[in-house]
Design a protein around this ligand. Structure first.
Ligand SMILES: [Zn+2]
Length: 820
């Protein structure tokens, strides 16, 4: 699954991993399961055939499911199936009517006599329900008469049981068939192969999808509705690209690189793509960012790439697409045995996003992404004491950042330690040995040792079963007489149960006037000193060259040394580190000049971006001059950052007219959008009029309108309240509503009526609107929202998809000082 980038358009256009740089707390839409340990099973679900009918007007699903099961022990007297809120109409066992009982979460089917181990039975269950989760109806209504009809499912973590009664925990796998009877004009997609489409007598059509390769039931999928499909093939396997009617023009720019991704992963893993089709379907109002259902990924229309914006985006939708595709091996072909091992799914999917970026866009790009992931992980302090493998799922903010960001990093370090040959041979062995099975971390450990002949037990103890990462304090001294640089290294992390002293290899790079030298060292103690021969005073000292170890570092350096590192550092992370560190140096022309030079001339755009951000943090006229000079960068995503950073320079009375001009003249829409937001941020005298005009302008994906709505937040002008109220209301596009809701929350904070309006959106039928309202209420800081948010959090099942957002908002509101 991919985190839900359910945020303002301005943030979304950057790509999901850059979200935190937008200053928005992300809360993923994962409502993780309450079962920390895999169950001991009484029976094995071997095949499941589900037939679904939809009563669209009633938002009801009717189902008939046939399940082949085999008892796994002697004396099994009943079969317990997960089933929530489903009306069970009848149950037969081997064709004979069977007795059953229901608890709130279980369907218990009685057997005539206890089954013995290996005994097989066929269950047939007829049922109906109006699922609160698991299966979603997206339909036109009076506010959205043009909405294409859609029905889609989302099983992870434990939601398949809301629309099919079945064994629903990852530690079992089954072959599957999904039969969908739908209106004739709809199309459908599900797991596996399309066996047939038949016309029914009543004018409906029945689609039959079948998959023989076993899957865990959270990976079952059914998508049906008024979609448009493009078809292609890859090595004889059908590829399907589906979007809601009206979004067809986005198929090409969004999915153009799917075949290359399939080639890359198949080749490097030595395991060809393992399923009989690959479908990618974008749906409206999706409750996640993306979901790797076996052979049929579900995506969100939020992330589709508009053809007119494609050239303005560095990676298009590649980050999510490469993530979900990697899951087809890591997650689907081999599946975590329980949620404690979820990092084996998400860590590999995250790693392979970066691997795709590295191979398609270049190594610097991947290095920069890991550098950003590291900063983000370090900033989430709640994650530090929690190991990758954890069974504490109460609070998503204590594991999501680990199972994605840190786990991707740990796999990255494993690759570094093993080298590409051993690493990919290990992954091949892991996939081949565990194909079609459920895995724990030890399975990966064993496969690597077998294939690469490297014992990785210590590595796993440190990074998988242990928590945290080294926190280094580093000092250096130069002894001119001895011609020596001495490095004193201390690991300052507090040792606790799962956090120890780390043992890590790294390289130190020291440059003098005669050039740079690199020295490998091994750090294994809490305090260590190292000495390096030099031929003159050091101009640069880099600790962990190239940033190969996940860590935080406190290493005070003279601005001149940082400036040298920014200009001459060989790797992107080393230059980005220097750019970031220089942003904390105040009132120093050396820092500003070096950053300005890098902002304009560094060969890698990410370093230019970091230099711009640091200039924004430093502020002042000199910094503004440097940022302005860099604002004509050829890359739109760099210009965008430059223009956003200009929003920090509120003291310049001439800036408003320049931003106004950029908001209509820049060749890239995303730069024009950034200029609108910055205009609001500097509260330019003409900002209200420019933003109000932009709200009524036309642009692809309404990017300018939504940016203008966004800009009204920092502008803080009461005249914007009615405009934002209008655009946050039902009937307006969901993306515009999200921006308007976020912005209105910043205005007139004592106005209880605004808070009341935001509270009313907690009950909006659209997930996107509810989550925008939750985040906006958290940011608004009106304590009267605590009770309704808390009530929603405690309401239980029906709101679990919003739970992580609610946790975040409630934490912010409760942490603030008592209301003034
Ligand atoms: Zn994922």
């Amino acid at each position: 699954m991919n985190l839900s980038p359910n945020l303002s358009r301005r943030c979304r256009t950057i790509t999901c991993w850059a979200l935190i740089s937008c200053g928005v707390a992300i809360a993923p839409a994962r409502g993780l399961a309450d079962e920390p340990y895999a169950r001991s099973r009484d029976y094995d679900l071997q095949d499941i055939r589900t037939h679904l009918w939809f009563d669209v007007a009633e938002r009801e699903v009717r189902g008939e499911v046939t399940e082949s099961v085999a008892a796994l022990r002697d004396g099994v007297s009943d079969f317990q199936l997960d089933s929530v809120d489903l009306k069970i109409e009848s149950v037969t066992v081997d064709g004979k009517e069977a007795k059953f009982t229901l608890t709130p979460k279980t369907l218990v089917i009685a057997l005539d006599r206890p089954a013995s181990r290996g005994e097989r039975h066929e269950l047939l269950i007829r049922y109906a329900g109006q699922p609160k989760r698991g299966l979603y109806f997206i339909l036109p209504d009076k506010s959205y008469p043009e909405q294409p009809e859609e029905v889609w499912t989302q099983g992870e973590a434990e939601d398949t049981r809301y629309y099919i009664p079945l064994y629903d925990y990852p530690n079992d796998r089954t072959s599957s068939e999904m039969v969908l009877t739908v209106p004739a004009k709809w199309i459908t997609v599900s797991n596996g192969t399309l066996v047939s489409v038949k016309d029914d007598a009543d004018g409906t059509k029945t689609w039959d999808w079948k998959q023989s390769g076993p899957l865990s039931t959270y990976l079952l999928t059914a998508v049906a509705g008024d979609f448009v499909e493009h078809e292609d093939t890859w090595r004889g396997i059908p590829l399907r690209f589906m979007v809601p009617r009206g979004e067809e023009s986005k198929i090409e720019p969004t999915f153009a690189r799917t075949k290359e991704m399939l080639d890359l992963y198949s080749n490097v893993l030595g395991v060809p793509y393992p399923w009989p089709q690959y479908a990618q379907t974008a749906v409206d109002d999706f409750v996640a960012g993306g979901m790797e259902n076996t052979s049929a990924t579900t995506l969100s229309v939020r992330d589709l790439v508009h053809p007119k914006l494609a050239a303005e985006s560095r990676f298009g939708d590649d980050v999510i697409l490469s993530h979900e595709l990697a899951h087809q091996w890591f997650g689907d072909l081999v599946t975590c045995k329980d949620w404690a091992n979820l990092w084996l799914n998400e860590g590999f999917a995250t790693f392979f996003e970066h691997y795709w970026i590295e191979r398609h866009y270049g190594g610097d790009e991947a290095d920069y992404r890991f550098w950003q992931d590291q900063r983000r992980w370090i900033a989430q302090r709640r994650l530090f004491s929690v190991p990758l493998e954890t069974r504490d799922f109460d609070d998503s903010t204590k594991y999501d950042g680990n199972v994605y960001g840190k786990a991707g990093w740990v796999i990255h370090m494993l690759r570094e330690q093993l080298g590409d040959e051993g690493f990919f041979r290990g992954l091949h062995q892991y996939l081949v040995a565990n194909r079609g099975q459920n895995v724990v971390a030890a399975d990966l450990q064993k496969a690597i040792e077998q294939a690469a002949s490297v014992n990785v037990d210590k590595f796993f103890d440190q990074w998988v079963y242990g928590a945290g990462a080294p926190q280094f304090h580093v000092d250096y001294t130069y002894d001119a007489a001895a011609r020596q640089v001495a490095l004193d290294v201390t690991q300052t992390q507090k040792p606790e149960e799962l956090v120890g002293v780390f043992d890590v290899p790294m390289e130190i790079e020291i440059a003098t006037a005669s050039g740079a030298h690199t020295y490998p060292i091994e750090i294994s103690k809490a305090t260590q000193s190292f000495e390096f021969p030099v031929d003159g005073p050091p101009l640069m000292v880099v600790f962990d060259k190239g940033d190969r170890i996940l860590k935080s570092v406190e290493f005070r350096k003279d601005p001149a040394l940082l400036a040298y590192q920014l200009k001459h550092g060989e790797t992107v992370p080393d230059r980005a580190d220097a750019a970031f560190a220089l942003g904390a140096v105040k009132d120093n022309p050396v820092a500003i000049t070096a950053l300005g030079d890098a902002a304009q001339h560094d060969p890698f755009w990410g370093v230019r971006v970091e230099a711009l951000r640091s200039l924004g943090r430093i502020g002042g006229t000199e910094s503004e001059i440097q940022v302005t000079a860099a604002a004509n960068d050829e890359r739109p995503w760099v210009r965008e950052v430059a223009v956003r950073v200009l929003g920090n320079f509120k003291q310049d009375p001439t800036l408003g007219s320049r931003l106004t001009s950029l908001s209509s003249s820049d060749s890239a829409y995303r730069v024009r959008a950034a200029a609108l937001v910055s205009l609001g941020q500097i509260k330019a005298p003409n900002a209200f009029d420019v933003l109000a005009a932009a709200v009524n302008s036309d642009s692809p994906d309404a990017i300018l309108r939504d940016a203008a709505l966004d800009g009204f937040g920092p502008l803080d002008d009461a005249r914007a309240v009615p405009i934002l109220a209008e655009w946050s209301a039902a009937g307006k596009p969901l993306a515009s509503r999200q921006d308007a809701i976020g912005a209105i929350a910043e205005l007139d904070k004592k106005n209880g009526a605004i808070t009341q309006t935001l509270l009313s959106y907690l009950h909006d039928p659209h997930f996107d609107v509810r989550t925008a309202a939750i985040l906006a209420l958290g940011a608004r800081g009106d304590a009267t929202a605590i009770a309704p948010l808390d009530e929603m959090r405690k309401a239980g099942d029906s709101t679990m998809a919003e739970a992580p957002y609610l946790d975040t908002a409630l934490r912010i509101l409760r942490a603030q000082p008592a209301a003034k």
